[in-house]
Ligand binder design. Structure first.
Ligand SMILES: O=C[C@H](O)COP(=O)(O)O
Length: 245
């Protein structure tokens, strides 16, 4: 069964105090959220502990923004899967384009991170997507095929979420047309060997476009950056309306 997964990626935003303020504003809205929708928050590592305690017993799942492939070791600045599971983290974003662009993430290291996450029971959210230049050159399909081929070697597709995030749509307000996102996500699905993998769309998802995005048959959720930082806007996203049009 494909699950609906709406995840907020807070990137490098929010102190612990700001996180508590967010929860006060956001949690009451979850009473309206249909139970089948999985709601995930992926804060900076420094907020996982406080969220793990505050969200105990809540329906919000915790996610991290990265994970190292070793269990421990001399890897300054990295965090391992057992460190995350100890804090009740269930999901982890892997291969976000910002990691690939700014921190030297490659398909080979993405693959290692995916396997390490799964080994410890974390569900990875694998991000794939093309740049504007690649799209304009007609390379969207080949790029995504190549990412999937390399990233998913020996990865268990029974415990996996994929996020299609066209890089040109991230943080730009320039959302990919919902029908086009649906087309590319259909293409991603056709390359998987498990029909139950949930595939999200990410890239300038906002309260004013979530209904149309979620009305698309191939799209199983959203990976939300900027609009997940504000309680009312993330609440409107997780409470998207199904009777779009
Ligand atoms: O992980 C989230 C994506 O990078 C989307 O970010 P955005 O919603 O701010 O465009």
């Amino acid at each position: 069964m494909r699950k609906i997964v709406i995840a907020g990626n807070w990137k490098m935003f929010k102190t612990q105090a700001e996180t508590q303020d967010f929860l006060q504003g956001f949690l009451p809205h979850l009473e309206e959220t249909p139970p089948e929708r999985e709601v995930v928050l992926c804060p900076p590592f420094t907020n996982l502990n406080v969220l793990s305690k505050s969200l105990h017993g809540s329906r919000i799942q915790l996610g991290a923004q990265n994970v190292h492939w070793e269990e421990n070791g001399a890897y300054t600045g990295e965090i391992s899967a057992p460190m995350l599971t100890e804090l009740s983290v269930r999901f982890v974003i892997v291969g976000h384009s910002e990691r690939r662009q700014y921190f030297g993430e490659t398909d080979a290291t993405v693959n290692l991170r995916l396997k390490a996450a799964q080994k410890y029971g974390l569900t990875p959210i694998l991000c794939v997507g093309e740049t504007k230049e690649q799209r304009d050159a007609g390379e969207t399909e080949s790029l995504i095929t190549s990412q999937l081929d390399k990233d998913l070697i020996d990865v268990d597709q029974n415990s996996l979420v994929i996020a299609y995030e066209p890089i040109w749509a991230i943080g730009t307000g320039d959302t990919c047309e919902a029908q086009e996102a649906n087309r590319v996500i259909g293409l991603i699905r056709s390359q998987l060997n498990n029909p139950h993998v949930s595939i999200q769309y990410g890239g300038s998802v906002k309260p004013n476009n979530i209904d149309e995005i979620m009305a698309q048959p191939e799209i199983d959720g959203a990976l939300v950056g900027g609009a997940s930082l504000e309680p009312a806007s993330f609440a409107r996203i997780v409470n998207y309306k199904v009777n779009y049009k």
